[in-house]
Design a protein around this ligand. Structure first.
Ligand SMILES: [Zn+2]
Length: 320
């Protein structure tokens, strides 16, 4: 079981100090979601041996170049590599037009379908809803329209402990047990008590990606209790005024939001090229919110691994 964020880019504006522009990969049970696609994203996939063909959903926060100029190259390569499964791209209005124009003048037709989902509402909105996960938007406040994305895992079913079953049961009964019901005799008495033969499901994971924005304290309720929050932290304390002027956040402000939202872990990224050494930013954030980490390219943050529950290891169980 996986719920893991991989950092593939952490630089703002231009590449610098061996850091690429914004790009992150979220793996939920081997379903891959790409968040922003700065230049160089393709090379990062090669470097970290990630198969891009497995991505079905790409989320673009806003149309500043450092967040999406890698997109056309990325999706063109997928075509050249023989992709034939549909791709869904979520982003602000204008993205579909830009990509379509690039296709038009390169006289290219991909051999797979691209579905654009442009975000049209500034209110929180569910833009993806599938079996295992749903994704909700957040309006950030940047110089141009910018959205954040919150990934919520959906409730899982209980796991069956087959070795605890002493009698044959029907498929219908398995479904009942996995939904948490007891099996009853005809007279209404309990035949099989649910908790005797099932494990509880693992706690659900939640991740928020807060891209370019000025500090927004009013997001705290929507971000409450996130297991993991990524937040931009372009500047340190030394550049507080500049952060405000350019609609960016300082490391200390990102940490303050993490504290107010009571999140479990904070990752800061989108670092200004003026900082070769990121330690001061990390220290400033940790003064407010100790469980803060820098977005370091190639590093994984596995949320589900940090949650322990009664998860079966050797005993047989039915997986979702
Ligand atoms: Zn940016």
């Amino acid at each position: 079981v996986k719920f893991e964020l991989t950092i593939l880019g952490s630089s703002s504006a231009t590449p610098a100090h061996n850091r690429n522009q914004s790009c992150q990969l979220l793996n939920i049970d081997e379903q891959l979601f790409l968040l922003d696609c700065g230049e160089g994203a393709q090379l990062q996939f090669l470097k970290y041996k990630i198969k891009s063909g497995r991505i079905k959903h790409i989320f673009i926060s806003h149309l500043h170049g450092d967040h999406y100029l890698g997109l056309f190259g990325f999706i063109s390569s997928m075509h050249l590599q023989g992709r034939n499964t549909d791709l869904h791209i979520y982003g602000p209005p204008g993205l579909a037009e830009i990509i379509t124009l690039q296709l038009k003048y390169s006289e290219s037709v991909f051999n797979y379908m691209v579905h654009f989902h442009e975000i049209s509402s500034d209110q929180p909105e569910v833009i993806l809803d599938d079996e295992k996960v749903y994704v909700e938007t957040m309006l950030m406040s940047h110089r141009i329209k910018c959205y954040g994305f919150i990934f919520h895992e959906k409730p899982k079913k209980r796991k069956l402990r087959k070795e605890r079953l002493s009698e044959e049961i029907k498929l219908q009964e398995i479904i009942k047990l996995r939904n948490g019901e007891d099996l009853l005799n005809e007279d209404g008495s309990i035949r099989i008590k649910n908790e005797d033969v099932t494990f509880p499901p693992r706690p659900l994971s939640h991740f928020a990606n807060c891209s370019d924005t000025i500090y927004l304290e009013h997001l705290a309720p929507q971000l409450q209790n996130m297991d993991l929050m990524y937040h931009e932290a372009t500047f340190g304390d030394d550049m507080g005024e500049r952060a405000e002027k350019t609609f960016h956040t300082t490391a200390r402000q990102a940490a303050t939001l993490a504290l107010k939202a009571n999140v479990k872990k904070l990752i800061i990224g989108h670092f200004s090229t003026r900082y070769r050494d990121l330690k001061p930013l990390l220290e400033q954030a940790r003064e407010v919110f100790p469980n803060t980490y820098l977005a370091i390219e190639g590093e994984n943050h596995n949320i589900s691994g940090e949650k322990t529950n009664e998860i079966p290891t050797e005993e047989s169980s039915l997986e979702d």
